[in-house]
Design a protein around this ligand. Sequence first.
Ligand SMILES: Cc1cc2nc3c(=O)[nH]c(=O)nc-3n(C[C@H](O)[C@H](O)[C@H](O)COP(=O)(O)O)c2cc1C
Length: 224
Amino acid sequence: MQTERYSRREFLARVYRYSSLSMMALLFGYDLSAHEQDLAKSTALLYATRYGATKDTAQWIQNGMRTHVDLLDIERVSFSDVLTRYDRFIVGSGIWTGGVHKKVIEFFETGRNSLEGKILATFLVCGTEESTDKGRARIEGYFNVMHASLVTKPSMSKAFGGRIIVEKLFDDDRKALTAFYNSFLHDQLRSWDHTDPEKARCFGTDAEYNLKNPRLGSVQKIRA
Ligand SMILES: Cc1cc2nc3c(=O)[nH]c(=O)nc-3n(C[C@H](O)[C@H](O)[C@H](O)COP(=O)(O)O)c2cc1C
């Protein structure tokens, strides 16, 4: 049997090579586990809806993400449970008569301090379109109200098209919208659907990218 014999110099060179390799592996292992830990953080996708378009949009956003996120109706959760349990949040609301859902405002007020750095993204689902300056300014206004109590604005925010199905409207809403369409738009109230599953999925994918490459704290408004 032949045994390998090393000179002292070769022996030291090998020890050095192997120890730097194991150091690299150790570092790499450390990096991996830190990265995995970050992904293991639990994310809640909270939505506020009246007629379902915001829930659908939230589901499409969820579909765009490979990381597991819990989809939660903000009207059915306990704020303290949610604030304790999750490390990251995506929060979305429909817009009704100029405002976001009051539970979203309450959630941001309640979590003002504990939510710092944890809001991955916010989104709105509305009838206002972004194709005009006026529309963009109105959407900006909705976001400003939504984010008013947050210390740091979310790094991603986006408005999505919603929908109205006249037959499904509650009486009060149908009457209010009919009056609005007649008086201000000089038109009849009709059903419309501006939802866009693909756009929402892409937003989910972008949000996940931000989750893995955190830049939380920088204000970045993503527009269609
Ligand atoms: C009563 C009512 C009022 C609305 N007011 C606004 C509004 O002020 N601005 C806007 O952009 N969209 C408005 N919309 C359109 C909604 O934002 C859109 O229908 C959205 O899909 C609502 O979300 P939801 O389907 O999750 O309830 C209104 C819709 C309803 C039914």
